[in-house]
Design a protein around this ligand. Sequence first.
Ligand code: C2O
Length: 576
Amino acid sequence: METRNLAVKQVSYCLFLSIFVIFSFQAHFSEAETHYHEFVIQAKPVKRLCRTHNTITVNGLFPGPTLEVRDGDSLVIKAVNNARYNVTLHWHGIRQLRNPWADGPDRVTQCPIQPGRSYTYRFTIENQEGTLWWHAHSKWLRATVYGALIIHPKLGSPYPFPMPRSEIPILLGEWWDRNPMDVLRLADFTGAAPNISDAYTINGQPGDLYRCSKQETVRFPVGSGETILLRVINSALNQELFFGVANHRLTVVAVDAAYTKPFTTSVIMIAPGQTTDVLLTADQTPGHYYMAARAYNTANAPFDNTTTTAILEYKTAPCNAKKGKQSTPIFPRLPGFNDTNSAIAFTSSLRSPSRVKVPLQIDENLFFTVGLGLINCTNPNSPRCQGPNGTRFAASINNVSFVLPTRNSLMQAYYQGQPGVFTTDFPPVPPVKFDYTGNVSRGLWQPVKATKLYKLKFGAKVQIVLQDTSIVSVEDHPMHLHGYHFAVIGSGFGNFNPRTDPAKFNLIDPPYRNTIGTPPGGWVAIRFEADNPGIWFMHCHLDSHLNWGLATAFLVENGAGKLQSVQPPPLDLPRC
Ligand code: C2O
């Protein structure tokens, strides 16, 4: 933050000394910066839980490097694939206006970068600030290939809250005591659910409560009375998490790189893909306090019930503490694993800071059922049918279980006019109406596999009601839309009622997000304007569900105006 303060001081100085204005303009206001990085994707030995794994990393770092930029800046990131897997990188939450080529999902906007090859992601941050992140978007590589992407306001624009003394990215992750790619491969073979993780992590470390981990527990020093900004990111593969810091209140100021009306809470619930910025004031007795995260689990299925910790350490903690004799840090009170009331109390407190421009007239009124399913096998005793009662797990939206193309990426096929890679007949409503959250007849459990997209006219005003189903199990599905952020205008339990529920929508100050969970056995409604042409993936950010087909994509057509068409693809875009 040193350089920022310096720059701000210099700005005010310049107001009085016009001769410096020109100089400063060149030095600091040269509109925006371009940041060049090389991301080498490579295996690297990483030791956790007493065992070393040959872990796929970026530049040998786990978690990967933090990117820090300002709104308006551009990024040029050369991704060099020195690993043995195909890979792509995704900049989660970046709008990528007219530029799907830099978005990254494998077989959606690009063919993967093959081992030994490279691809340069080029994109500009346009009117976004806050906490986002980046991750691999191919199979389960994002288990270890991820990092923070922090967008500061433009030079000279302040935060809409008091300047914190320091800022800390808190990346919550999930660790397997084996190669995550093998975990996925085994699940793909058997059709059963993938193995649950062995640990959660904070900035790559499991913390005090796990074997062989105590030495490396992450510690965050803080001065008494200081206010710090925690940029919490859920980069876990498959688990919503509760997060809290012992004895400290958290003031929520932003989610998914969109500011919120500040409110205080002792615990946050954060789903994979989401980010939450909180202010914390070190106003307690100097000492050591645990920050901890553990599962918020909504499905009727096995889950990792362990707890990851880091330590908030007052610099002025009593001396004996420094000699390592400190009493065990105080532990935060976290809600029970299935405490949906606490989860909903948190998410329903989120508001935009002031009135926002939500689309009021809707052109596309979509109703999407979201949930699991089972594929029946001709031979239920087959080793490939180890799901419930000799089936294979699947997942779907409106009964379509999404299949990624193999011959080409969707975006490349669309741009080149190559037929036969996808169709645009994704159903706007489920093919059959049923009691979505009731006792669903077995005849409705089996989805259809297909590569169906939903076409949107440029500028269409879209509403989507995402309705969880109770097929196999109800569950909180964190749904992520690429290329957009959307207003979250309402949610509820049970089946959405189109006659009565819209009256309760918040069209005044709903929060903006890029990832929103369906309440388990409930629905959530979102709105956005389709002002970004291209093909944009929408999927459950639980990677096990994504792998089972809980996805679709929007094909947003070009508009007629000047800046309303997809840019031409870069020359080094990988081919399939
Ligand atoms: Cu964070 Cu499609 O992903």
